[in-house]
Design a binder for this molecule. Sequence first.
Ligand code: C2O
Ligand code: CU
Ligand code: CU
Length: 576
Amino acid sequence: MKKYFVITFLLFTKISLAQSPLPIPPLLSGTNFNLTIQNGVTQFYPGINTPTYGINGNLLAPTLLFKKGDVVTLNVTNTLTGNGNATTIHWHGLHVPASADGGPHQLINQGTTWQPSFKVLNNAATFWYHPHGMNKTDLHVAKGIAGLIIVKDTIESKINLPRTYGVDDFPIIIQTKDFDILHQIAISTQTDTAHMVNGVVNPYLDAPSQVIRLRLLNGSSGRTFMLGFSNNMNFHLIATDGGLLDSSQSMNRIQLSNGERAEILVDFSMFSGGNIYLKNFGSELAHGIQGADSVGDNSINFIPDYYTNPLNGSDYDLLKINFTAPTSSPVITIPAALTPLSVIPISSATFNRNFVFDTITEMGNVPNFAAGPFAINQKLFEMDSINETVYLNTTETWTLINRTMVAHPFHIHDVEFLIVDINGKLPPAYEKGWKDVVLVMPGDTIRFITKFEDFADDHIPYMYHCHVLHHEDDGMMGSFIVIDTTKNGVHELTRNTDGISIYPNPCNDELRITMDELRWKNSKLEVIDLLGHVLVMKEVFEIKNSSINIHNLSNGIYFLKITSNNNIITKKFEKE
Ligand code: C2O
Ligand code: CU
Ligand code: CU
């Protein structure tokens, strides 16, 4: 392991002498997008070929430009070769139907095309897209599949902001990678010693001396960045994951965890020639964050190989910025006010769910491990179970409680959220906007509020998970379905009590039963009338999404009795 580290490190330092122009991914616009996932070859180091994956190219993917209100169709073809390379493409941050979300359930088999179509409902912001296959996310993202999505709308377009792609508005995808001795991309390691922007090691950008906009994405598998400039100049945060803040925030550092985006304006108008660097200030990351000088403690709670990686806890240049002449009509001011934030009053939340991050080992639950595997509410991800059932058009708070020794960037699909409080305190101004990822520090409790609107599907779930990709792949992920109670008439709130929901209720043909967890194995389902007669009986191995036919029953009140090895529960329903 040691030897292997030395080789990759030498390679990395040697190569960092040469500089390449920052590639700007091609911009695709319109309403119909053809995306071909393909094998490729990339030279991260001169003369050394590394097999990679990309979309419409060798590495990374085109930037997709969407207009809010448009109906877009994406034709996603998987041409990957090699065994077991079915994948998915997820539109990270976009509010789309569960069937179009591209989570682990919308598998794109090799040689096939997936064609989701949806209306763009999000506000102007920077989103991204990446694979999300069960246990395959890290492999497919690290090998190169990731691209940005820029949504435009009429509110953002009225503000005087740089918005000419590749001229004064730049995509900045920051990643680290690990290469093994054969120069193949390695995953689930801690020796990601190569850092790159837009897929290039040691890049430079020629930028006009005026106000420019950087759309920053942390597309790394596991590393958090503390970004700033080499001259410590201030920049202005204008947008977080879900869109514009109400006012621009002047700061000289922005922390970006996996999956997070930030749009910043930087005023370079005082420079004529010369250069500065966009840097990672890893030495300023707090203990417990992957990328900081230390995670865990000095006893058994450490991450193997963590301390052999020279990037952890250190400051290094990510991107050289050379100043060139301004464009003909540059943006020269930084707007203070942007657009008022719509807020969700806390009083409108009708339900809270807790999500506790813990370590799971053979010894059972050991709260303080640093290396994982990690679980949410004691459960590892299961493809076929639904962890949470949410009702359409309800506002909820979700409380994230990190009992592990490492920070986890928590991400939810379907919705954007607002942070209510962090350890009981209001979030800082730069975290007051709409987000879909939040980094939960060891020991912290973060509460957010969101409303589940527009899309319901009673069997296709959305995901929530840690965006450290190997944590996600190792099971630090759960699923939720959003049920429209006006359509299927769920009258009874059974959430988080026994884990079982029955619907529709009243019902006329088929009573559906879903459960939130795996407690109900080898269950017997019985429909019993008011006199105690068993009318229908069915044995199921697991109640995940079961149903029972009640077509032949006459109208009236019945009970569904569910018996498993250690639980019995009875629920009332009406046949009509
Ligand atoms: Cu960026 Cu569920 O992912
Ligand atoms: Cu997502
Ligand atoms: Cu994690």
